[in-house]
Design a protein around this ligand. Structure first.
Ligand code: CDP
Ligand code: CDP
Length: 229
């Protein structure tokens, strides 16, 4: 059987995209392309270099800063995830910080910023088979692939999952706070005009509310087998 070289997984925060994409990528020996990490990287760059540009005011200036800083990044995709470093310093921890998370949706709403991100993502996908994970992988960035999935789950469950992750990292936040931040990001991602979060045409929708990551991976593998026997 010949699997498509690009498998897309889209959906809201906490649906399980990263976890499931990672498990799937390891099984299939694909690399994983966490597109959110590109937007997180851009947001981190702006927060650390030009804090005064957030909240967003000047799109042209933001683009100028990003274009200047992007050559200093090293971005690599493998079956563990996307590794980003800046002038030799690994950014994995920084990209998950709540401050980055609080601003990423406004940065990702800018059309010119999305164009930059998409160029980087499509270039990485030229070299190896990938599981691409994010908000617009199946709808905008890789619309031609035949393997599209959309994960979703009840917002309370998604917030609960994120709450447990934050707790494990020693971050202090109440469940209600996490839920309201998730809902706010959902709203921003779904209501923007450029590449809003949406179920891509031809995508298989999986509600993960009551499923384990293994069960989700198995459903995806079954769907891939039955459509590419
Ligand atoms: O893991 P989680 O869903 O919390 O975050 P993420 O996938 O790293 O994405 C962080 C943010 O980046 C999202 O809330 C979106 O605003 C943006 N994003 C996007 O606009 N398009 C994508 N393809 C991926 C992420
Ligand atoms: O990437 P996204 O924001 O969609 O989700 P994630 O970063 O993979 O986080 C999902 C969290 O929920 C992880 O801690 C998983 O262990 C857990 N989980 C899951 O991913 N899938 C399920 N079906 C159930 C739980």
């Amino acid at each position: 059987s010949v699997l498509p070289k690009i498998i897309t997984i889209d959906g809201p925060a906490g649906a399980g995209k990263t976890t499931v994409a990672r498990m799937l990528a390891q099984k299939l020996k694909y690399a994983i392309l966490e597109s959110g990490s590109i937007y997180r990287t851009f947001t981190w760059l702006l927060l650390s270099k030009k804090r005064e540009l957030l909240p967003l005011r000047n799109e042209a200036k933001i683009l100028e800063v990003l274009k200047e800083e992007i050559p200093k990044l090293d971005i690599k995709a493998d079956s563990q995830g996307l590794k980003v470093s800046y002038q030799g310093t690994d950014l994995t921890q920084e990209l998950r910080e709540p401050e980055v998370e609080a601003h990423v949706s406004e940065v990702a709403a800018l059309p010119s910023v999305r164009k930059l991100a998409n160029e980087i993502l499509q270039r990485i996908a030229e070299n190896r088979p990938i599981v691409a994970e994010g908000r617009d992988m199946g709808s905008v960035v890789f619309p031609k692939t035949k393997a599209k999935f959309f994960l979703t789950a009840d917002p309370r469950i998604r917030a609960e999952r994120r709450y447990l992750e934050w707790q494990a990292k020693g971050l202090v936040a109440s469940k209600e706070e996490v839920l309201s931040k998730i809902k706010e990001r959902d709203h921003k991602d779904s209501s923007r005009t450029e590449a809003p979060l949406t179920v891509p045409e031809g995508a298989i929708v999986i509600d993960t509310t009551t499923l384990s990551p293994e069960e989700v991976v198995n459903r995806i593998l079954e769907a891939l087998k039955s459509s590419h026997p």
